[in-house]
Design a binder for this molecule. Sequence first.
Ligand SMILES: [Zn+2]
Length: 124
Amino acid sequence: MPTLISSDVNGYFKRLGKVKENNRGVLGAEEKLVIIWGMTRGWSKAKTARMIGRSTSPIGRYIHRIVYRPQTVFDDLQLYSQIADRKWGCRICEEFMKTRTRIMRHILAHFLPMEIAKFATLGV
Ligand SMILES: [Zn+2]
């Protein structure tokens, strides 16, 4: 069964159609989502660049930002949702956690080294 994130990504690719340009200004939310998605799958920057029709430099810059300030990703993208008082769901794998901090760290661990996911400042 596809997760919510994978259906977002697939929907984006479907709409994107044939990629024409290589530089369309700042990265949009869907492009950022594909970058994160690619990171969860170990894609190279070059592969992500091909998938969204960008050069590798804005992708490298975004990854750099996430590594140094992981909470950025939660400002940019809806990667979890609150289902109940003590139930937060991960939109990448559909696992649940009891607190917002836990779900955030769980999500970061999908695409960042464990020591970053564990100790990142989250500003919750
Ligand atoms: Zn997850």
